[in-house]
Design a protein around this ligand. Structure first.
Ligand code: NAD
Ligand code: UDP
Ligand code: UDP
Length: 323
C-alpha cells in the first residue's frame, strides 16, 4: 500500500513515547517535526533519527505560540511521571492548558488534524472498574496530583470546545501506564524504579503494601494505538482508552522484575504517596471496535526489552563516570 506523505508535528517528541512515535512515523514515510523543551526528554532519544532528511528537531516550549506548517499534530508535550510533574506544578498545568490552546490555535489556522495525549489520570482514583470512557472520574482538584490530572482534564475540555465551536478534527487518547525502552531512568515511575533498583542490587521500594493495581502497556502497542486513532475518519474523536487490560498488583510487578533480572534485591515498604489510585484497568472495548486495536506484547517480553535498555544505559553511565 502506498502512503501519502504528510507533515507531522510531534510535541514532546524527544521524550519516551514521543521519540518512538517520531521513529514510527518516519518509517511510514512521513515528514516529522519533533518539538521539545527537553524538560524530561533527551536529545539522545532522537539522535539516531537526525540523519533522516525527513526529520527535523526544534527546541520550543508549547506554552508559547508556534507558527509552523503541518498537516497533523500529536500533542504529547507534558511531564508524565509524578516526580517530574510535581517538580514545578504550575508549569505542568501551563503546559497542558496553554500548550493545548496554542496547539489547537495552530491546528485551527492550518485546518490540521490534532491528537491529544490524555491520560487515565482523568479518572483519578476510580470508583468504577474497569474504567470506560463514559466514566467522569474521581479527581481531587486541589491535591499534589491535580496539576497533572486537572491540566489534562482541562486540555480535553479545550479539545472538545474547539471541536464543537470551530469544527476542528480532534482525537483524544486516554493513555494508561505505558513502559519500555527510553523511559527516563530517574523518573520515579514504578517500572523504571524497580528495574534500576534490581539491576543495582538495591532494595525495591514498594509504596504502601503493594496491593494497589496498574495495567502496563508496552510502548510499541501504544504507538500503534495512537496512529490507529489519528488515522480514523473525522467523526471519531474519542476519548478513547489505550492501554493493556492485564491488571496486576505492584507487588507482583516487583516479583516479575526480580525474577527477570535475576536480582537479589529485597522488597522494602514505604509510605503510599497522596491520592495514589488503588486500582486501574482500562476497558478497551471502544478501541477494539473502532480501530481493531489490541495490545500484543506480553508483560514478560516487554519487561525483558526494557531491562536490556536499562542495562545498556547503566553501562553507558558507568563508563562516563555517572554511577
Ligand atoms: P516524557 O516525560 O518522556 O515525555 C514528555 C516530553 O514532553 C518530554 O520530552 C519533555 O521534555 C516534553 N515537554 C514537557 N513540557 C514541555 C513543554 N512545556 N514544551 C515542550 N515540550 C515539553 O513522558 P512520556 O511517558 O513519553 O509521555 C508522553 C505523553 O503521554 C505525555 O503527555 C503524558 O502525559 C502522556 N501519557 C503517558 C503515559 C505513560 O505511561 N507513559 C500515560 C498517560 C499519558
Ligand atoms: N496560535 C499559535 N499558532 C498559530 C495560531 C495560533 O500558536 O498558528 C496560538 C496563539 O497563541 C493563540 C492560540 O493559539 O492565542 C489560540 O488560537 P485561536 O485562534 O483559537 O485564538 P485567538 O488567536 O483568537 O486568541
Ligand atoms: N510505586 C511503587 N514504588 C516505586 C514507584 C511507584 O510502589 O518505586 C507505585 C506507586 O505508588 C503507584 C504505582 O507504583 O501505586 C504506579 O506508579 P507510577 O508513578 O509508575 O504511575 P501512576 O501512579 O501515575 O500510575
Amino acid at each position: 500500500m502506498s502512503v501519502i506523505s504528510r507533515r507531522i508535528l510531534v510535541t514532546g517528541g524527544a521524550g519516551f513515547l514521543g521519540s518512538h512515535l517520531c521513529e514510527r512515523l518516519l518509517d511510514a514515510g512521513h515528514d516529522v517535526l519533533c518539538l521539545d523543551n527537553y524538560f524530561t526528554g533527551r536529545r539522545a532519544n532522537v539522535a539516531h533519527l537526525l540523519d533522516n532528511a525527513r526529520f527535523e528537531v526544534m527546541r520550543h516550549d508549547v506554552t508559547f505560540p508556534l507558527y509552523v506548517e503541518v498537516d497533523e499534530i500529536y500533542n504529547l508535550a507534558c511531564p508524565a511521571s509524578p516526580v517530574h510533574y510535581q517538580h514545578d506544578p504550575v508549569q505542568t498545568t501551563k503546559t497542558s492548558v496553554h500548550g493545548a490552546i496554542n496547539m489547537l490555535g495552530l491546528a485551527k489556522r492550518l485546518r490540521a488534524k490534532i491528537l491529544q495525549a490524555s491520560t487515565s489520570e482523568v479518572y483519578g482514583d476510580p470508583t468504577i472498574h474497569p474504567q470506560t470512557e463514559a466514566y467522569w472520574g474521581n479527581v481531587n482538584p486541589i491535591g499534589f496530583r491535580s496539576c497533572y490530572d486537572e491540566g489534562k482534564r482541562c486540555a480535553e475540555t479545550l479539545f472538545f470546545d474547539y471541536y464543537r465551536q470551530h469544527r476542528l478534527r480532534i482525537k483524544v487518547a486516554r493513555i494508561f501506564n505505558t513502559y519500555g525502552p527510553r523511559m527516563h531512568p530517574q523518573d520515579g515511575r514504578v517500572v523504571s524504579n524497580f528495574i534500576m533498583q534490581a539491576l543495582a542490587g538495591e532494595p525495591i521500594t514498594i509504596y504502601g503494601d503493594g496491593s494497589q493495581t496498574r495495567s502496563f502497556c508496552f510502548m510499541s502497542d501504544l504507538i500503534e494505538g495512537l496512529i490507529g486513532l489519528m488515522d480514523t475518519d473525522d467523526e471519531v474523536t474519542g476519548p478513547m482508552n489505550l492501554g493493556n487490560p492485564v491488571e496486576m498488583s505492584i507487588r507482583e510487578l516487583a516479583e516479575a522484575v526480580i525474577e527477570l533480572t535475576e536480582s537479589r534485591s529485597e522488597l522494602i515498604f514505604q509510605p503510599l504517596p497522596h491520592d495514589d489510585p488503588v486500582q486501574r484497568q482500562p476497558d478497551i472495548g471502544l478501541a477494539r471496535k473502532t480501530i481493531g486495536w489490541e495490545p500484543r506484547v506480553q508483560l514478560r517480553e516487554g519487561l525483558t526489552q526494557t531491562i536490556a535498555y536499562f542495562s545498556a544505559l547503566r553501562e553507558e553511565m558507568r563508563l562516563s563516570g555517572r554511577v
